[in-house]
Write a new protein. Structure first.
Length: 402
């Protein structure tokens, strides 16, 4: 068995193949001449770009027109019928399912996804401007720039406290997002959230839309969808985990509200393959399973744990986790410890800082102490392959945002 990793540069390489110039290092002198014309260049950036980014600061100093990505999405959604999916967890998969459903039901749809769809190997569906599907990101309050006609909130767990300060302010931001839905529009919310709206559930008789008669066959969910007016039978969702079944119900409800034909939705869902790094099988044989997942919040880790236990019952499971951000590690250390403790073996990598500077005392060694599991250790990336080879676990799941 050989476990390898490679840079995730496929999208950048695809852009280069189309003639688009891509720069891989933050040096002003590497900027192509075509980017230096202030009259023909619009600079679009995300909040993930650090404040000391040399190229971004060059554009600022020279007076270029600069907009956040959320501003541009807001401008686009203002004049197009828009379906927006928000939530601290589940929004990427739900958005990808929704874009797929509308794309295969005849809608002229453009969809901006927060991850790479396995079906199209892209984060963009570009089939027309009749309707738009957008992932509504709560980070930096970006989703408040959107103009949704139909919206969903999948979850409102505390996160991004480096931005919001406390969970109350985060929830208030979601309430503000909900208020963007106009009179005559529709807001869907997961059952149990403290938010008025049409409710979504799984095996929940009190939800307005719910998956019922659920069975697992050959690694897929088979279920019926109960709506306020009817029951749509014999649906299939190939994504593991009850959280993904909830995502599928949310996407189906939004697509039905938009007016998509139910029979086409049934067919489309049955062949949706998922989103890269959302419980993605890298290896799946009788002898060995390797799963890659983006989970980097305690709730997401718990959902991944539920899914792997359901899909691989009776198997011992090793988790390899790289914490993402010093602030998130600090804010949710106890919850991380609890969610990781359920695995049979735990391996932690050093914290991936992304946009942040180190915080005194916040390390993976400190986090490891929170894990109540005797089979745990801190490792370096170069040690992953040996740890996997020497483990008695036949199922390995790699978690983290990087």
């Amino acid at each position: 068995m050989q476990v390898t990793t490679k840079p995730r540069l496929s999208l950048s390489r695809s852009l280069e193949a189309e003639g688009i110039e891509v720069v891989y290092e933050d040096e002003v002198n590497l900027l192509p001449e075509s980017f230096r014309n202030i009259n023909t260049t619009l600079v679009i950036y995300t909040p993930a770009v650090p404040a000391d980014h040399q190229q971004l600061n060059y554009f600022r100093e020279k007076g270029f027109s600069i907009k956040k990505r959320s501003e541009v999405l807001g401008m686009i959604t203002k004049d197009i019928f828009t379906l927006a999916v928000a939530g601290t967890h589940g929004k990427t998969t739900t958005t990808a399912i929704l874009g797929h459903l509308l794309s295969h039901s005849g809608a002229k749809v453009t969809a901006f996804l927060g991850g790479i769809s396995e079906d199209i190997n892209s984060n963009l569906i570009l089939q027309g401007n009749e309707v738009m599907v957008v992932e509504a990101d709560e980070f930096d309050r970006s989703f408040l720039r959107l103009s949704p006609n139909i919206a969903a909130i999948t979850s409102m767990d505390a996160d991004h406290l480096d931005i919001y300060g406390d969970a109350g302010k985060l929830i208030e931001s979601f309430r503000e997002f909900a208020s963007l839905v106009p009179r005559g529009g529709k807001l869907f919310v997961s059952k149990g959230l403290d938010m008025p709206g049409t409710t979504i559930g799984v095996a929940n008789d009190d939800a307005d839309y719910s998956a019922v008669n659920i069975k697992v066959e050959n690694g897929s969910y088979h279920f019926d969808l109960r709506t306020p007016s009817t029951v749509i039978k014999d649906l299939q969702c190939n994504l593991p985990g009850k959280h993904n079944l909830q995502n599928a119900v949310t996407a189906l409800a939004m697509a039905l509200e938009y007016g998509a034909p139910p029979l086409k939705l049934v067919r489309a869902l049955s062949h949706f393959r998922g989103v890269k790094r959302r419980f993605s099988y890298r290896i799946k044989t009788e002898e060995f399973v390797l799963i890659d997942d983006y989970a980097h919040h305690p709730t997401e880790i718990a959902a991944a744990h539920q899914a792997v236990r359901e899909m691989h019952p009776g198997q011992e499971v090793m988790v390899i986790f790289q914490p993402h951000l010093f602030s998130r590690t600090k804010d949710f250390a106890d919850d991380f410890g609890k969610s990781l403790s359920g695995f049979d073996e735990v391996r932690l990598l050093d914290i991936y800082p992304a946009r942040e500077k180190p915080m005194q005392g916040i390390t993976s060694e400190w986090l490891l102490e929170k894990v109540e599991n005797s089979n745990k250790k801190l490792i370096q990336p170069g040690e992953i392959a040996n740890e996997v080879k020497n483990s008695g676990c036949k199922v390995i799941i790699m978690l983290g945002a990087k």
